[in-house]
Design a binder for this molecule. Structure first.
Ligand code: PLP
Length: 374
C-alpha cells in the first residue's frame, strides 16, 4: 500500500494516456530545429504543454523553462538567478537541493543566511530583515511536515527591497493554488512526479525580465536558458499533470483533509503517546508527520514492509542523520528518530487509510518497538 506521496506520486492514468503516443516509434522527431513535419509536431506538443504549466501558476508560456526535475530547477534558480555579489537568504527547512546551492553560493563569496522556523515549521515574515536586494528562497510547503509558508508576504517584503523571490513549490501545486503574477514571485520550481506526472521532468518559472545565467551550454534550446533536447513525452506528461491538477486541486485537497483527519483520529485512539508535527490546520492536506516517543522509526518500519511510508524525509534518501527540518523546529535527535511521515494522495482510499491505521497501531503497541515493552 503506497502512502509516501510526499516522496513521489503515482502517474495518473490519464497522464499516461496522453504520453503514450509520444513514446511510440511513430512519434520520432527532434522538437528543435527539425526541417520536417515530425519535428514540428513534437515542437507543437511541447509548446502546448508549456502553456499548461504556465496556466497552472498564472504565468506566460515564455516564462516556463523545462528542466529534468525540481533539483535542477532549484539549482538554476539559485546558482543561475542570484546576481553577482547579492546576499542569499533561505529558510532553514528548505529541501537539500536548495540548501546545497545556498552553501555553494556562500562558498563563492555571497553572504548567506538561513531563516529560523517556529515549532510548527513556520517562517515568520518579520525574520526577513533585508537591508537591500537579496535572492530570497522559501518553499511554498515543506516536504517533511507539510507546513505551508506565508510566501505572499515574504515575496512582498523581498520585492520592497528590490530583491528576487524564489519559491520551491514542488509540494504545493497538487492541492493548492499559486498565482505567480498576483503574488509577485520571480522564480518558482515544480516537479512532475509530485503532481501525478512523470519522473525526470520539472520546470522553472522565470519572470520575464529576470536575468538567468544558464548552468548548461550549447544547443541553444529554450532560449539558451536550459539547452538540451527536450523529452517530448515527459513534457506532454507534465503539461497534462498540470492541467489535471488545476481541475482537481480543490476537490483533492478537501478529500485528502478528511482522509488525513480520519487517519490521525484512528492512530491517536490506538497510540495515546502519539504527537503530531504537521500543522492541524493549514498544512498540506495529504501530509501527516508524527512522533511516537521512544520508538525507533527505521526499525519499526521494517515490520511494515507492506506499507510504503517514510521515516524523516525520503527526499534525502541515504541520509540517516536526524532530519534538519525537525531539528530546526526544536525537536531533539531522539524525537526526530522516533518520527514517521505518511503521505496520502489522489488515489488513496478510506479502506487503505483504515488498514494502515490498524497496522501501525498493531506494530507500535504490540511489538518490541513499543516504548512500553522496552
Ligand atoms: N523540492 C522539494 C520540496 C521536494 O520535496 C523534492 C523532492 O524530491 C525536490 C525539491 C526535488 O525534486 P526532484 O525529485 O524533481 O528533483
Amino acid at each position: 500500500m503506497y502512502l509516501d506521496h510526499m516522496a513521489s506520486t503515482p502517474l495518473d492514468p490519464a497522464v499516461l494516456d496522453e504520453m503514450l503516443p509520444w513514446l511510440s516509434a511513430g512519434a520520432v522527431g527532434n522538437p528543435h530545429a527539425s526541417g520536417h513535419r515530425a519535428g514540428w509536431r513534437a515542437a507543437e506538443a511541447i509548446e502546448r504543454a508549456r502553456a499548461e504549466v504556465a496556466t497552472l501558476i498564472n504565468a506566460r508560456p515564455g516564462e516556463i523553462v523545462f528542466t529534468s526535475g525540481a533539483t535542477e530547477a532549484n539549482a538554476l534558480a539559485l546558482l543561475g538567478g542570484t546576481p553577482d555579489g547579492w546576499p542569499v537568504v533561505a529558510s532553514a527547512i528548505e529541501h537539500p537541493s536548495v540548501l546545497a546551492c545556498v552553501a555553494e553560493l556562500e562558498r563563492r563569496g555571497h553572504p548567506a543566511s538561513r531563516l529560523p522556523v517556529d515549532d510548527a515549521g513556520g517562517v515568520d515574515p518579520d525574520s526577513l530583515a533585508l537591508t537591500g536586494p537579496a535572492l530570497v528562497s522559501v518553499m511554498a510547503a515543506n516536504n517533511e511536515v507539510g507546513t505551508v509558508q506565508p510566501i505572499a508576504e515574504l515575496a512582498r517584503r523581498c520585492r520592497q527591497r528590490g530583491g528576487l523571490f524564489h519559491t520551491d513549490a514542488v509540494q504545493r501545486l497538487a492541492t493548492g493554488e499559486i498565482d505567480v503574477t498576483a503574488l509577485g514571485i520571480d522564480l518558482l520550481s515544480l516537479s512532475g512526479h509530485k503532481l501525478h506526472g512523470p519522473m525526470g521532468i520539472g520546470a522553472l518559472f522565470v519572470r520575464q525580465g529576470v536575468a538567468l545565467r544558464p548552468l548548461l551550454f550549447g544547443g541553444g534550446q529554450q532560449g539558451g536558458k536550459r539547452p538540451g533536447t527536450l523529452p517530448t513525452a515527459l513534457c506532454v506528461g507534465l503539461g497534462a499533470a498540470c492541467r489535471i491538477a488545476r481541475e482537481r486541486r480543490q476537490t483533492d485537497a478537501a478529500r485528502l483533509t478528511l482522509l488525513r483527519e480520519r487517519l490521525v483520529a484512528a492512530l491517536a485512539a490506538g497510540i495515546p503517546t502519539l504527537r503530531r508535527n504537521s500543522p492541524a490546520e493549514g498544512g498540506l492536506p495529504g501530509c501527516l508527520h508524527l512522533t511516537i516517543p521512544g520508538m525507533d522509526a527505521a526499525d519499526s518500519l521494517l515490520d511494515l514492509p507492506d506499507l510504503a511510508l517514510s521515516t524523516g524525509s525520503a527526499c534525502a534518501s541515504g541520509d540517516t542523520g536526524p532530519s534538519h527540518v525537525l531539528l530546526a523546529m526544536g525537536r531533539t535527535p531522539a524525537e526526530a528518530h522516533a518520527s514517521i511521515r505518511i503521505g496520502l494522495g489522489r488515489f488513496t482510499t478510506e479502506a487503505e487509510v483504515d488498514h494502515a491505521a490498524a497496522r501501525l497501531v498493531e506494530v507500535f503497541t504490540a511489538s518490541d518497538h513499543s516504548p512500553a515493552r522496552r
